[in-house]
Design a protein around this ligand. Structure first.
Ligand code: 13P
Ligand code: SF4
Length: 370
């Protein structure tokens, strides 16, 4: 039972009845809770959320914008985060202490974030320390990571980045130390560092399952950016051949992809950027323009329907959707909101204080980078 449930004497509402409830009726009930709770409740939604859920978000954004919104939120007592677990943790770290953050389904994780855990990163740090002075390395974690990895960065002079500020963050890091350990997304790290002119041979890949990450001592000594062997299984599905097919079928079409795509896709694309950048670019594009977009399916479908004067196509012939984002659905949203309204909040995401403190240090460094 939660703290509030004990106070009211009520047990939390069970989820099962929500599964079979009429979605239109649930939508009505969600609107009723929002009206009842007013400013004390803020619903944040990531761009990958399905239409039926995102329509209830008070604020939408990419990971950077959502963390800024959490840091700046003034009046709410509760944030219901329609996104994935690392986003809810980040919001918990950045909000005022009296704010609680709720994730409607705790199983909404991120497979990329799961590819780096604290034990493996600490083991890598210690192995690297046998060869290189770790005082010379800045750990940089992509925001798609657990709170304890953000805290690791905070403790070791490191920083967080998102897909919208990775270059500025790497510049920040190189202004301080000569090397970076970048986790968990090898593609964002490689794509960003290469655009800064760092040669590929100075970016060895660190496989946490292999001794020395699968590298020679020479490769590690010559390294500038050590890339963790992690990736996004959704963005990994886009291939250069898909770009070639679209260009053949729609001459003049522009290809716009997320930087989590592999290097060969990013190199072949016309434009690269975060989900917010993708959204703005299409919204501001001239009527009649044609776009093939390499990012999560729900966002691309929404862009197509919100921009009927433009041709917006999904870049892959396969269905590439983020299955974990999709776990946040109308039944889970209604269930978490009605529990909140009843005084029996469920699924509160709470980062332990010491982790939150050091995670905040790394996140604040990021928010301070201009
Ligand atoms: P953005 O920061 O661009 O919204 O990306 C988040 C994400 O998880 C992409 O897969
Ligand atoms: Fe994680 Fe990929 Fe889903 Fe983004 S799209 S939340 S990186 S699994």
């Amino acid at each position: 039972m939660t703290r509030l449930a004990e106070a009211t004497g009520l047990a939390p509402l069970p989820f099962d009845p929500y599964r079979s409830a009429d979605p239109a009726e649930l939508a009505e009930r969600i609107r009723a809770v929002k009206a009842e709770m007013g400013d004390s409740l803020q619903i944040l939604g990531h761009h990958y959320q399905q239409d039926e859920v995102i329509e209830f978000a008070d604020l939408r954004g990419d990971s950077y914008k959502l963390s800024q919104m959490a840091a700046e939120s003034q009046s709410c007592r509760w944030i219901v985060f329609c996104g994935v677990h690392f986003m809810a943790e980040t919001a918990d770290i950045l909000t005022r202490p009296e704010v609680d953050v709720i994730l409607p389904d705790m199983a909404a994780g991120c497979s990329m974030a799961d590819m780096a855990d604290l034990d493996s990163v600490e083991a890598a740090w210690s192995d690297l320390g046998e060869l290189i002075d770790t005082e010379e390395i800045t750990p940089v974690t992509y925001i798609n990571s657990t709170a304890d990895l953000k805290a690791f960065c905070g403790r070791h002079g490191g920083i967080v980045c998102t897909s919208s500020n990775a270059r500025a963050v790497l510049e920040w890091a190189f202004a301080r130390k000569p090397r970076v350990l970048f986790f968990p997304d090898q593609h964002l790290g490689r794509n960003t560092a290469r655009k800064m002119g760092i040669p590929l041979e100075r970016m060895p890949l660190w496989d946490p399952r292999l001794p020395l990450g699968g590298n020679t001592e020479t490769a590690l000594n010559d390294s500038k950016v050590l890339l963790w062997k992690g990736h996004c299984s959704v963005h990994q599905m886009f291939k250069p051949a898909h770009i070639a097919q679209f260009r053949q079928q729609y001459p003049g079409i522009k290809v716009l992809v997320h930087p989590e795509c592999m290097m060969s896709v990013v190199d072949a694309a016309d434009l690269v950027g975060s989900t917010e950048y993708i959204l703005k670019t299409i919204a501001e594009a001239p009527s009649g323009s044609q776009w093939a977009v390499g990012t999560e399916l729900h966002l691309v479908n929404r862009l197509a329907s919100e921009n009927p004067d433009k041709l917006v196509k999904f870049l892959s012939p396969m269905v590439c959707m983020c299955a974990t984002m999709y776990r946040i659905d109308v039944p889970h949203l209604a269930w978490s909101l009605e529990n909140l309204a009843q005084g029996t909040p469920v699924n509160i995401v709470k980062v332990p204080e010491d982790t939150a403190h050091w995670g905040r240090v790394a996140l604040q460094r990021m928010l301070d980078v201009k």
